[in-house]
Design a protein around this ligand. Structure first.
Ligand SMILES: [Zn+2]
Length: 77
C-alpha cells in the first residue's frame, strides 16, 4: 500500500514539474504563428490583460477579462 502512495506522489510530482517547465519560457515562440488554437490568448479590450480565449467574454469581435470590463466596453471607445 505504501508503494502505491509513493507511485501516486511521484506521478503528481512529475506532472507538476512538467507544467512548470511548460509555463516557464514564454518569450521563445514568435507571435502570430499558431493561429486559432484552444489555448489562444486574447487581450481584454478594456484593460489589455491577456487571458485564454475560452475564459474571455466575447462581444462584437472584442474580448474582455471579466463581466465588469465587458459591461464597460472597449477603452478606446
Ligand atoms: Zn479587463
Amino acid at each position: 500500500m505504501t508503494r502505491l502512495i509513493l507511485i501516486v506522489v511521484a506521478v503528481v510530482a512529475v506532472i507538476w514539474l512538467l507544467r512548470r517547465a511548460l509555463a516557464g519560457p514564454r518569450a521563445g515562440k514568435p507571435p502570430g504563428e499558431a493561429g486559432e488554437q484552444k489555448g489562444e490568448l486574447v487581450a481584454c479590450a478594456q484593460c489589455g490583460v491577456n487571458l485564454p480565449k475560452g475564459e474571455a467574454r466575447g462581444a462584437g469581435g472584442r474580448f474582455y477579462c471579466s463581466e465588469e470590463h465587458w459591461r464597460l466596453g472597449p477603452r478606446d471607445g
